[in-house]
Design a protein around this ligand. Structure first.
Ligand code: MEV
Length: 352
């Protein structure tokens, strides 16, 4: 048994251990309240990854995955980095979109919406005492069914995922926006491309640890991914092995994060990797991951999911930003671990 696994088990009460081993955190009554037409509960193994130090703090990382070797890829990657993972987030702003059709005069409508910006934000902010709309912008799209106006609301959703809040704000403002623009609001919904909620993680692997040949090979493998979407897709899948593993264990909306990550990967018009590997002036390998992370540590399913709460406690997570930095670090570790194995022994060596 690994040291991390032993340590983790010691941190759990008997009741919490039962959550891991027996119930998976929810029973049929809770499941019934959560979703429609419930007929059962699925279970996925949770393992603990080793060697993680994030922003100077050793971290216990539970990862939920059905795939063999993901936890090993994460642990190998984390074991290679020298000072651990340096992670930061850009904030907790999520974006909502109100689509407005049949606008008689787009110039006048745009101007009028912007002139009413403060009043619109004031109205949006009647929904929550603590989570506030902070900005509103307007853009125009020329689509296959004609021109349309898109009003975007930016709100600080703090430690929630934010979908409910943003959707409510969009629905609340839509009739007023109809009045201002003379148009017909259609969709009023969150965007999962959370470009104002980005996590950035960097690592360094000393040339003494890995050797310059392996470093050059990892850079060549990375160059392949930057030049070819077929490889970039698989590289990003490896990143998401780690990101989603952490988010699944904390009952987050993993589809939202997958959608955000892949749309961010193609934001330039070409699908790219979420990670980049290069060499610094010492010949050390330097890696960076940048991806949107629209996740929460309060609200939604997390509220009723006992196991998710225990997992958050084990990881010392207090805020959504803490969780984003952990998930991002695990994603970068999985990418590094996979690249290291693939350029040396080959992936089958750890899947046997
Ligand atoms: C497998 O789940 C993930 C890898 O394919 C990632 C990669 O190729 O970078 C090993």
């Amino acid at each position: 048994m690994s040291q991390e696994r032993e340590e983790l088990l010691k941190l759990l009460s008997n009741e919490e251990l039962d959550l891991f081993i027996l119930t998976g955190g929810i029973d049929m009554d809770v499941a019934d309240q959560m979703r429609e037409n419930v007929i059962g509960i699925t279970k996925i193994p949770i393992g603990v990854a080793e060697n993680f130090v994030i922003n100077g703090n050793p971290a216990i990382i539970p990862i939920a995955t059905e795939e063999k070797s993901v936890i090993m890829q994460a642990s190998i990657g984390a074991g290679l980095v020298l000072e651990g993972f340096t992670a930061s987030t850009s904030g907790n702003i999520m974006i909502g979109q109100i689509q407005v059709l049949d606008v008689p005069d787009l110039d006048a409508a745009e101007e009028a919406v912007l002139a009413e910006k403060e009043a619109l934000l004031f109205d949006a902010n009647t929904i929550s005492r603590t989570r506030k709309a902070v900005d509103l912008q307007v853009k125009r799209l020329d689509t296959e069914v004609g021109k349309m106006l898109i009003v975007e609301i930016f709100a600080d959703v703090r430690d929630s995922m934010g979908a409910n809040l943003i959707d409510s704000m969009c629905e609340l403002l839509a009739p007023t926006i109809a009045g201002i623009t003379g148009g017909r609001p259609l969709l009023r919904i969150l965007s999962n491309l959370a470009t104002r909620r980005i996590v950035t993680v960097t690592v360094r692997v000393p040339v003494e640890t890995m050797g310059s040949i392996v470093i050059d090979d990892i850079i060549a493998a990375d160059a392949f991914a930057w030049a070819d979407p077929y490889r970039a897709s698989t590289s990003n899948k490896g990143v998401m092995n780690g990101v989603i593993g952490v988010l699944l264990a904390t009952s987050n909306d993993t589809r939202a994060v997958e959608a955000g990550a892949h749309s961010y990967a193609s934001i330039t018009g070409t699908y790219r990797p979420l990670t980049k590997w290069s060499k610094d002036e010492n010949g050390d390998l330097v890696g960076v991951l940048e991806t949107p992370m629209g996740i929460g540590t309060v609200g939604g399913v997390i509220q009723s999911h006992k196991l998710a709460k225990v997992v958050l406690r084990l990881m010392n997570v207090e805020t959504a930003s803490d969780l984003a930095m952990i998930a991002g670090s695990v994603g970068l570790a999985c990418n590094l671990g996979a690249l290291y194995i693939m350029v040396t022994e080959g992936i089958k060596s750890i899947q046997a």
